[in-house]
Design a protein around this ligand. Structure first.
Ligand code: SAH
Ligand code: SF4
Length: 355
C-alpha cells in the first residue's frame, strides 16, 4: 500500500505513451510501460511478482503503489439471439452497461461500450437521455468494460473483432478519455485492434469531430441523424438547435478522407414520425453525393417513452427508396431486445441504483 491517501499508480486503460511518461517520472525506463501492458492485456496476469522481465525492485514498487482496476460485474444477461449484456458497478457505486454482439455469419464479435454514466443531451426517445448526466467515465473504466467482455468472448472460443461506442453516454462529450481508451485498443501491446475496427457514434458535435482529426487515432464515425430536416431533428434531439444538420454534413467529406472510410448516418425509424417516403425523399436530397451510408435502426421501444417501433413494411419501404436513389442503406435489427440490451435501451433499471 502507498502512503495513506496517496493516489495509486493506475495501469488499466492508460495508453502506452502516457504510461511510458509516467514511468519516466518515477525514474524508470519508458519501455517498462509496454512490458507491463503485455502482461496485463496479452497474458491477463495482474500479479507483479510473476512478471519475470521486470526488475525485482520495480515489481516491489508496483506491488505497493500500482493498481490494475477493473469494474465489478454486477449482472450478466444472455439474450435468445446470442448477445449478452453486462452490468458493471464502478468504484463509486455508479452502474454502466456494455453489450457483446456476436455475428456468426460475418465472423464479427463486437462490444458496445459506454462512455458516460447517463447523458446530458436529452434526446427525447432515448432511455439514457432520460436518466440525465451523472459523470464521465475514465479511460480505465472504459477499457475495463472491454477487458471483461473480451474475457467472456474468449471463454466462448472467439476473438474480439470490433468495438462500438454506442452504449450509454456521448463519446464526444468525454473525448479525452475515449481517445485514451482507443489508444489502448489499437496498441500492439494492448488489444491490437485496427483503428477502423472501432466506431464512435455521436449525437453530432462538430468541434469534437474536428478534434479527433487532429489526433493520432482514426476511428470510424457514425452521426446520429434521425431526421432529414432541422425542424424535426430539433424536436427529437435538442442539441440540433446548437449544431444544426448543415454543420455536421459539411464535416462528412473531411472525416471520410481522414478515416479512409465512409461516414455512417444513423437513422432511428420511429413509427409515424420520420418513416414516410417524404422523409426518405428529403434524406436523399440531404446526403446524395456524400461519402456516407445510412444505417436504419427500427426504434426499440422504451417503457415510459411514447415513440413506437415502425412496421417492418415501412422500414423496408424506406430502405428501398434510399437504395433506388443510390444511397447505401442497411437495416440494423438491434440485438438483445429481450434483455433490454439494445442500443439506446441501455441504462434502464439499475444505473441510478444506489451505492
Ligand atoms: N450518444 C451517442 C451514442 C449512444 S446512442 C449517439 O447519440 O449517437 C447510440 C445510437 O442509438 C444513436 O444512434 C441513437 O440515436 C440510438 N438510439 C437511442 N435510443 C434508441 C432506441 N430506443 N432504439 C433504437 N436506437 C436508439
Ligand atoms: Fe445521449 Fe446519444 Fe441518448 Fe442522445 S441518443 S440522449 S446523445 S445517449
Amino acid at each position: 500500500m502507498g502512503a495513506q491517501g496517496e493516489k495509486k499508480f493506475e495501469l488499466m486503460g492508460i495508453p502506452p505513451e502516457k504510461l511510458g511518461r509516467q514511468f519516466e517520472q518515477i525514474g524508470e525506463r519508458k519501455f517498462r510501460a509496454k512490458q507491463l501492458m503485455k502482461w496485463i492485456y496479452a497474458h491477463g496476469n495482474f500479479d507483479f511478482s510473476t512478471m519475470t522481465d521486470i526488475p525485482v525492485s520495480l515489481r516491489q514498487y508496483l506491488a505497493e503503489n500500482a493498481s490494475i482496476t477493473l469494474p465489478e460485474i454486477a449482472e450478466v444477461a444472455g439474450s435468445s439471439d446470442g448477445s449478452t449484456k453486462f452490468l458493471f458497478r464502478l468504484q463509486d457505486g455508479a452502474y454502466v452497461e456494455s453489450v457483446y454482439i456476436p455475428d456468426k455469419e460475418r465472423g464479427r464479435h463486437t462490444v458496445c461500450l459506454s462512455s458516460q454514466v447517463g447523458c446530458k443531451f436529452g434526446c427525447i426517445f432515448c432511455a439514457t437521455g432520460k436518466l440525465g448526466f451523472r459523470r464521465n467515465l475514465t479511460s480505465t473504466e472504459i477499457v475495463g468494460q472491454l477487458y471483461l467482455v473480451r474475457e467472456h468472448i474468449r471463454v466462448g472460443g472467439n476473438d474480439l473483432t470490433n468495438v462500438v461506442f454506442m452504449g450509454m453516454g456521448e463519446p464526444l462529450d468525454n473525448l479525452d478519455a475515449v481517445l485514451d481508451a482507443i489508444r489502448v485498443m489499437v496498441a500492439d501491446v494492448g488489444f491490437g485492434l485496427g483503428h477502423r475496427k472501432i466506431l464512435i457514434s455521436t449525437v453530432g458535435i462538430p468541434e469534437g469531430i474536428r478534434k479527433i482529426m487532429q489526433t493520432d487515432v482514426r476511428p470510424k464515425l457514425a452521426i446520429s441523424l434521425n431526421a432529414p430536416d432541422d425542424e424535426l431533428r430539433s424536436k427529437l434531439m435538442p442539441i440540433n438547435k446548437k449544431y444544426p444538420i448543415r454543420t455536421l454534413i459539411e464535416l462528412v467529406p473531411e472525416y471520410a478522407k481522414y478515416s479512409r472510410r465512409w461516414v455512417t448516418f444513423e437513422y432511428v425509424l420511429f413509427g409515424g414520425v420520420n418513416d414516410s417516403l417524404e422523409h426518405a425523399h428529403k434524406l436523399v436530397q440531404l446526403i446524395a453525393g456524400l461519402p456516407a451510408k445510412v444505417n436504419l435502426i427500427p426504434y426499440n421501444e422504451v417503457e415510459g417513452i411514447e415513440f413506437r417501433r415502425p412496421d417492418d413494411r415501412d422500414v423496408l419501404r424506406f430502405q428501398s427508396y434510399l437504395l433506388a436513389n443510390s444511397i447505401v442503406a442497411t437495416i440494423r435489427y438491434s440485438k438483445g431486445r429481450d434483455i433490454h440490451g439494445a442500443c439506446g435501451q441501455l441504462a434502464g433499471r439499475f444505473v441510478l441504483k444506489e451505492k
